[in-house]
Design a protein around this ligand. Structure first.
Ligand SMILES: [Zn+2]
Ligand SMILES: [Zn+2]
Length: 351
């Protein structure tokens, strides 16, 4: 049997459900879930909407996501069955699953950016059933990634929080010495970003978070400094000390976090916006021009980037963010705790 915890109604506790094990066809692979991270984006999927600001929302029910749905997209599992065309994996192999699966045929998918699919996306735990379950049916064997000797709990977080952080930091690129990197938000994605910032950009980041426990976790993972943005004159002091930052990543995604990061940029600086807390902001057009800054959005990452990240993690032994393993049955409590902001690092479910 396939045991799962499903969203039956948006924002209501997940409901335990059982169904017969699916039989993989074609290149499909059936994976027994071993570890699955609980991600902040699960909270948005669970709520069923994203806050666009100005009273506007994206509603999941209008966006192809139909209930009941099994969430969970940071999955490591063991291959237990496969279709006849799944020739790149063997039964018994443990693999990390790339969950950001697209339609495969739209122009965006064809360019290699399946995670940004403009057609009928099939992301696991968002549109197709994901990892808050005993088993996951993966649409094709090409989405299974060998994570070698990496720790299983850490490896699963690389499917979303790690990949998201990696793709955002890659957009900043290498920064020469003397140039500063700012990371706003030290939640699960932010902490993974802090852990890999030096390896990807060449610079240890200055970190901003409201929560002292998260600032402390940031410093332990190699942050150069950790600032409380509510402290009097925090933004001005940062600009004075650094001359303005060359790169900034906003892992929170609220008007306050974005404005703090944008205000900290030096001329020619680059802000990458990642978080999905929601809202909107106003930008002075002449200042955007005269400062010559750039702003990019970055949403999760590609299959190629996930493989790059796994290679980087193996070569450079990236430090692990704090991880707490709990049984799959504890998923509702984990979501509630994450919603309340009471998680430093990652809760990972085990099966
Ligand atoms: Zn597509
Ligand atoms: Zn996620």
């Amino acid at each position: 049997m396939l045991r799962s915890y499903q969203v039956a109604e948006f924002a209501k506790p997940l409901v335990a459900s059982e169904s017969p094990l699916p039989e993989p066809t074609g290149a499909q692979v059936l994976v027994k879930m071993e570890r699955c991270g609980v991600c902040h984006s699960d909270l948005h999927i669970w709520d069923g909407y994203w806050d666009l600001g100005g009273g506007k929302k994206i509603v999941a029910a209008n966006n192809g996501s139909l209930l009941p749905l099994t969430m969970g997209h940071e999955i490591v599992g063991t291959v237990v069955a496969k279709g006849p065309e799944a020739s790149n994996v063997e039964i018994g192999q443990r693999r990390l699953i790339f969950p950001w699966i697209g339609c495969g045929s739209c122009a965006v998918c064809q360019s290699g950016a399946e995670h940004l699919c403009a057609g009928k996306a099939q992301a696991l735990g968002v549109f197709l059933n994901g990892g808050f379950a005993s088993h996951v049916l993966v649409p094709a064997d090409r989405y299974l990634v060998d994570y070698g000797s990496l720790n299983t709990e850490l490896a699963c977080t690389y499917a979303c929080s790690g990949l998201t952080a990696y793709s955002a930091l890659k957009k900043i690129g290498k920064l020469p010495d003397g140039q500063s990197l700012l990371i706003v938000g030290a939640g699960g994605v932010g902490l993974n970003g802090i852990a890999m910032a030096k390896a990807v950009t060449g610079q240890a980041p200055i970190v901003v978070d409201l929560d002292p426990a998260k600032r402390e976790a940031a410093l332990k993972l190699g942050a150069k400094d950790a600032i409380d943005p509510r402290a009097e004159g925090a933004g001005k002091a940062l600009v004075k000390a650094t001359g303005g930052v060359a790169g900034a990543v906003d892992f929170a995604g609220s008007p306050q976090s974005f404005e703090f990061a944008y205000g900290a940029l030096r001329k020619g600086g680059h802000l990458v916006s990642v978080g999905l807390l929601g809202g909107q902001t106003t930008i002075s057009l002449p200042l955007l021009v005269m400062k010559g800054v750039s702003i990019s959005g970055s949403y999760v990452g590609s299959l190629v980037e996930l493989k790059e990240l796994i290679t980087l993690a193996q070569q450079q032994h990236l430090p692990a963010l704090p991880i707490e393993v709990r049984p799959l049955d504890a998923v509702n409590g984990a979501l509630e705790q994450l919603k309340a902001g009471g998680v430093v690092g990652r809760i990972v479910l085990s099966n």
